[in-house]
Ligand binder design. Structure first.
Ligand code: NAD
Length: 492
C-alpha cells in the first residue's frame, strides 16, 4: 500500500508523487503488492533541476570521496540483500535464488566502479609549439537521465547509477512503472550512505509521460536507457531534438549454436539455463537454439526432458526453477507468439501453456514450450520471445549455423558450444554480435563491455568502455612559453 516505503527521492527529500497512483502487481499472485504514487511532470523537471544544481559540487569532490560513498552503498546493498531480493521477487517474479545473484550484481557495480576513483585519467600530448602542452581531460557529462526496464529492477539501477557517480555526474533515474519498488528501496540506501542531495534522484512514472519528460528535457546531458527497441528509437528521437547523446541497451535474439563435437550434456544444461533463467526474460537469453544434425536428436530429447523437469513454483521458494511471467500482458504476448509459430508450421514437441493446477492461484504462469520444424524466416526465429519458449533448429554444418545466427536484426549476444579451435576462431571473426560466449552461458562480467549491434542498441554498459559514455573530453592548450605559438595580428 502507499506508505513511506514507496516515496520518491528528489533533491534529497522524500516526496509523494503528484501525478496519480499506480498499483504494483505481484506476478506470483496477480494481486496488488503495493500502491505507488507517480511523479507529475513538474516533479520530473524539479528532479532534473536538483541534479543540475548538485552536479558542480559533486564533481568537485575528490573521486576517492565519491568512491567512499559508493563503497558504503555497496555495503548497505549487501547488508540489506535479503530484503531487497524479496522485493525483486515479489514485484518481478524471478526465483529467489536468481534474485540473490541480482543483488550481488547490484552491490558489485558500486564496488567495481568505486575502484575507478584513481583510474580515470587524461592524456598529455606534445604541442607543435615549444613551451606548451596539450591536455586531454575526461570530465563529467553533467546530468544523466536513466530509464530502466522491469527484468532486473535492482541490478539495472546500479548499472546506471554507479558509473554515473564515479564520473562526477548527477542522475535522475526512472524505473519501469510495473517494478518501481526495488529502485525506491535502493533510494533509501543511497540516502543512508550519505549521497548528497540531488546527486541521485529516483522518480516513478510511466514511460509515455515521465519517461518522455526526462528524455526530451533540454537540461539533460546524457540519456542512458535499457529496454525495448521501439522505446529506444523513441528516446533517441526525443534526445536528438536537443542533440543529447544516448546509450541504448535494447532487445536480443541470441543464437545458441551447438556443434557435434561438444559435450552434449553440458550444452543441454547450458541451453536450458540460458533459456529459462528469469522465465526467459533476459536480453541475453538463448532465443534460438541451432544444433548440428549429427547430435540434434540426442540434444532435443535431453533438452525436452530437462525442460519438463523444471520446477515451476512460488519464486520465494528455494526449490523453484521457473517463476511466473512478469505480467499478464507479457504472458499473452508470448502465448500469441507460440500460436503464430505453430500456425506457420512449427511443431510443438513440448507444448506448454497456462498450467491446469498453478503453483499459486492468480499468477502469470507459463510452462515451457519447445518448437521444432522452424526456419529462419519465421517470426519465432526473428522476434524476441522473452519467455520460456525455445525454437530448436537442425543445421547441416557450421556454415549454416553461422548464416542462421547472423540472420537477425538483433546483435546482442551469441553462444557457441564446440571444442574445435578453428570453429571458435571462425565464430570470433564471423559472428556479427557484440558479445560472444564460447562454451559458457552468461551473465556478462562487470569488467566486460555489454554492447549490442544493429537493433540491439547503441553504445554499451559495463567496464571501462561502458564508463566512457558517462564522460566527455576537454582539450586544454596550456601555454607557458610567454609567447604566442601562432602569428598574432599586428595592431595593439
Ligand atoms: P520498455 O521499452 O517497455 O520499457 C523500458 C523503460 O522505458 C521503462 O522504464 C518505460 O517506462 C520506459 N519508456 C517507455 N516508453 C517511453 C518513452 N516514450 N520515453 C521514455 N521512456 C519510455 O522495455 P521493457 O518491456 O521494460 O523491457 C524489456 C526489454 O528490455 C526487452 O526488449 C529486453 O531485451 C530489453 N533489455 C535489454 C537489456 C540490455 O542490456 N540490452 C537488458 C535488459 C532488458
Amino acid at each position: 500500500m502507499l506508505n513511506e516505503n514507496n516515496l520518491m527521492l528528489i533533491n534529497g527529500k522524500w516526496e509523494s508523487g503528484l501525478g496519480g497512483t499506480r498499483e504494483v502487481i505481484n506476478p506470483t499472485t496477480g494481486k496488488v503488492l503495493a500502491v505507488v504514487s507517480e511523479a507529475s511532470r513538474e516533479q520530473a523537471s524539479a528532479a532534473v533541476a536538483a541534479a543540475r544544481k548538485a552536479q558542480p559540487a559533486w564533481a568537485a569532490m575528490s573521486p576517492l570521496e565519491r568512491g567512499a560513498i559508493m563503497h558504503r552503498i555497496a555495503a548497505l546493498v549487501t547488508e540489506n540483500a535479503d530484503e531487497l531480493a524479496r522485493i525483486v521477487v515479489q514485484e518481478q517474479g524471478k526465483p529467489i535464488t536468481e534474485a540473490r545473484g541480482e543483488i550481488g550484481g547490484a552491490a558489485g557495480f558500486f564496488t567495481y566502479y568505486a575502484e575507478f576513483a584513481r583510474r580515470i585519467q587524461g592524456e598529455i600530448l606534445p604541442s607543435d609549439a615549444p613551451g606548451e602542452q596539450i591536455w586531454i581531460q575526461r570530465v563529467p557529462m553533467g546530468v544523466v537521465a536513466a530509464i530502466i526496464p522491469w527484468n532486473y529492477p535492482a541490478a539495472l539501477v546500479s548499472r546506471k547509477v554507479a558509473p554515473s557517480m564515479i564520473a562526477g555526474n548527477t542522475i535522475v533515474l526512472k524505473p519501469h512503472e510495473e517494478t518501481p519498488l526495488s529502485a525506491l528501496f535502493m533510494a533509501k540506501l543511497f540516502e543512508k550512505a550519505g549521497v548528497p542531495a540531488g546527486v541521485i534522484n529516483i522518480i516513478t512514472g510511466s514511460g509515455g509521460e515521465i519517461g518522455e519528460v526526462l528524455t526530451s528535457h533540454p537540461d539533460i546531458d546524457l540519456v542512458t536507457m535499457t529496454g525495448s527497441v521501439p522505446t529506444g528509437k523513441r528516446i533517441m528521437a526525443n534526445a536528438a531534438a536537443n542533440l543529447v547523446p544516448v546509450s541504448l541497451e535494447l532487445g536480443g535474439k541470441a543464437p545458441f549454436i551447438v556443434m557435434d563435437d561438444c559435450d552434449i550434456d553440458y550444452a543441454v544444461r547450458s541451453a536450458v539455463t540460458s533459456r529459462y533463467m528469469n522465465c526467459g526474460q533476459v536480453c541475453i537469453c538463448n532465443e534460438r537454439t541451432l544444433v548440428h544434425e549429427r547430435v540434434y536428436d540426442q540434444f532435443l530429447e535431453k533438452f525436452v526432458a530437462a525442460s519438463q523437469k523444471l520446477r515451476l513454483g512460488d519464486p520465494l521458494s528455494e526449490a523453484t526453477d521457473l517463476g511466473p511471467k512478469v505480467s499478464l500482458r507479457e504472458l499473452e504476448k508470448v502465448e500469441q507468439m507460440i500460436d503464430k509459430a505453430i500456425g506457420a508450421g512449427a511443431e510443438a514437441v513440448l507444448r506448454g501453456g497456462r498450467p491446469d493446477r498453478p503453483p499459486v492461484e492468480g499468477g502469470f504462469w507459463l510452462t515451457p514450450t519447445v518448437l521444432t520444424g522452424v526456419n529462419s524466416s519465421m517470426s519465432i526465429m526473428q522476434d524476441e520471445i522473452f519467455g520460456p519458449i525455445v525454437p530448436i533448429m537442425k543445421v547441416a554444418d557450421f556454415d549454416e549455423a553461422l548464416s542462421v545466427a547472423n540472420d537477425s536484426r538483433f546483435g546482442l549476444s551469441a553462444y557457441l558450444f564446440t571444442n574445435d579451435f578453428s570453429k571458435i576462431m571462425r565464430a570470433v571473426n564471423e559472428v556479427n554480435f557484440g558479445e560472444l560466449y564460447i562454451n559458457r552461458v552468461g551473465p556478462e562480467a562487470l569488467q566486460g563491455f555489454h554492447t549490442g549491434y544493429r537493433s540491439s542498441g547503441l553504445g554499451g554498459d559495463d567496464g571501462s568502455h561502458g564508463l566512457e559514455a558517462f564522460m566527455r573530453k576537454k582539450t586544454v592548450y596550456a601555454n607557458y612559453s610567454g609567447t604566442s605559438p601562432v602569428a598574432l595580428m599586428p595592431y595593439a
